[in-house]
Design a protein around this ligand. Sequence first.
Ligand code: RIB
Length: 326
Amino acid sequence: MATGRDDIGATRTGADRGRVVVFGSLNVDSTSYVDDFPEPGETILSRDYRVALGGKGANQAVAAHVAGAPVDFVACIGDDASGAFAYDTLERLGLPVGAIRRIPDAPTGVAQITVAASGENTIIVTGGANLALTPELVHRDRALVAAAAVVLTQGELAAATIEQVAAVASESGTRFVLNLAPPARVSAATLAVADPIVLNEHEARAVGIGTDAPGDATLDDWRELAASAAGGIARSIVVTLGAAGATAADATGSWAVHAPRVTAVDTTGAGDGFTGTLAAFLAEGRPLPEALRIAVTAGALAVQARGTVDSYAARAEVLAAAAAES
Ligand code: RIB
């Protein structure tokens, strides 16, 4: 167990780090590495291929775990070979699997991913067993929410399930972090209790933040847009801008953090690395601007390696890199 002073400042011990519970999607990612994306109707050959654990929920749970948080992960898998592979991978990574449910007659979620030489990707998700994570199952696991400092979910679950996570978080007084990726149609009341809601610029526009912002809006422009929406659309707001960095705003202020310049090899799951890290550091009591700075560093490290969970750097490496940037 780590003790003592972290590179970035505050004194922490493993025992006083807060728990994160993730209600989320779990997929098996089938990724082809290509030079360029194919045009419609075109057949191309890939340079490489891999199958790995994915899903925004699973990725964020692993990122929070790697960042040092005690994590509970609630998810559904099919009773199939992909589900067994995902379950074994989570166990190998050291995550508890007691809240993973096997759903008979449903396939494990799958994502078909293409990664171009630029590091950009396209992703198609087929939800499968993820859609069996119902509001009723969230209600059954409400004790996990009550025991956590932060509850985290994403837009890959059904809207009613996300709304139930928000409701249970409010009842329990647990901080609700919502990554609305993709932009699920949840109620304004659910968005309003998110602290923060984590969005990229497309998702921000989908919830009414920066709808008229030009495509070349700067990080500081987005900081102002987030500031004008904080306390209204959501309690606090984080907008990620890829290689440019990320902004955050709450009732006390607004912040912009430029990302370090890096060469992107694979951006898949980098946003999940960012979000899981942000949740972990908020859970242990770091202020939003500090958690934001650490999460931006975690995201920048993640794009420099292939894959999702395999690209997440350990806590000590992230903290050292964040301290070097400040
Ligand atoms: O954010 C990356 C993730 O999106 C992939 O792991 C894929 O499964 C989809 O959920």
